[in-house]
Ligand binder design. Structure first.
Ligand code: IYT
Ligand code: CU
Length: 323
């Protein structure tokens, strides 16, 4: 047994004065029909102009009410605090940044010690938007919420999300174990340590798996694997992976189009498909984190480099996961 003690482990914990809870709540939502997506928002509290850090999430919802709850960070929200409305583009200015996802039976997500999402202050996140996918219309107003554990203590590590997504591609009718593949070289000066991952795709999807490869492609590590038919929450990533400049990232989405009569393409409707692998990571504070880092691919990913990469990916990347 090898015991590791890193300096970060001895960083002081947050004192009670540095901690506060920010409740991001639907202020009484009454969806009128099944499968409504409704949004509200909460302003990040002022902290004398300084940043705050989200160090934990606690969802307060019920799986009989909400199919899922997503939180996004915004410069300005589409739906003002205290109101409930259609989500539209989530944010009215600046890009939307997903920061959290909750869904039924999902295990609780804890950020690693000394790690936080940077919000408020001079950051690009001044509001947190809550989006709830309601299963059913209701007459009793709903107050689903997520409690954000905030700290005013600058955290030694910053949390971020790296989104891998297919921008285009098709799944042919009748195909089994059809794939959409996304890969890229990670070129960032700061090391990313994945601690959670989330998959997202639609009805035909049977599994999504993500990998980190060393620059010489000899070392292949699975970051995580899940079925989008399960709760699309963040699940713990395989521990101990570190992604550095020059490494490669790869994500494979596997589909079953048995019985389909038409091709399905990447798009935003229920009839379309998607291929998303989100990596939630920590990185040393001070690293230049822009928006969501991303890595995308479209169509047949057939450059010489990516063909060499996919040859190293294990055959079990094609497996379906049980639903
Ligand atoms: C075309 C596609 O794959 N859309 C995904 C990924 C996506 C996420 C974000 C695209 C953009 C974003 O700003 I955040 I542009 C998609 O819509 N995924 C949904 C939510 O948007 C998060 C999902 O549930 O993963
Ligand atoms: Cu989608």
């Amino acid at each position: 047994l090898l015991l590791l003690a890193t300096p970060a482990c001895s960083a002081p914990a947050d004192t009670p004065e540095q901690q506060q809870v920010l409740k991001v709540e639907m202020p009484g939502a009454a969806p009128t029909h099944d499968d409504s997506y409704l949004c509200s928002s909460t302003k990040v509290p002022a902290n004398a102009g300084k940043e705050l850090y989200i160090v934990g999430f606690q969802a307060l919802s019920d799986m009989s009410v909400a199919h899922h709850v997503l939180l996004y960070g915004c410069q300005r929200p589409q739906v003002e605090p205290g109101k409930v409305g259609d989500c539209g583009g989530i944010c009215s200015s600046g890009g939307s940044k997903i920061v959290y996802a909750w869904a039924r039976n999902a295990p609780e997500l804890r950020l690693p010690a000394n790690t936080g999402f940077v919000i408020g202050g001079a950051s690009s996140i001044q509001y947190i938007v809550i989006q709830v996918h309601y299963l059913h219309g209701r007459s009793q107003p709903d107050r689903s919420a997520v409690n954000l554990q905030l700290s005013s203590r600058p955290q030694p590590f910053t949390a971020g999300i790296f989104l891998m997504m297919a921008y285009s591609g098709s799944i042919q009718p009748g195909a089994q174990h059809a794939t959409l593949d996304v890969s890229c070289k990670y070129s960032g000066s700061s090391e990313m340590r994945p601690f959670a991952f989330r998959t997202h795709a639609h009805a035909l999807s049977r599994a999504i798996v993500g990998y980190r490869l060393s620059p010489d492609l000899q070392d292949v590590q699975e970051i995580g694997r899940a079925s989008p038919q399960w709760a699309q929450a963040f699940y713990p990533a395989r521990p101990g992976i570190s992604i550095r400049n020059g490494d490669y990232l790869a994500a494979r989405c596997v589909y079953d189009a048995t019985g389909e009569t038409q091709a399905h393409h990447i798009g935003s409707t229920h009839n379309d498909e998607m291929c998303n692998f989100y990596i939630m990571f920590s990185t040393p504070a001070g690293a230049k984190l822009g928006d969501i880092f991303s890595c995308g691919g479209g169509g047949p990913d057939a450059s010489t480099e990516s063909r060499r990469l996919w040859r190293k990916i294990p055959q079990d990347s094609l497996d379906y996961l049980p639903s």
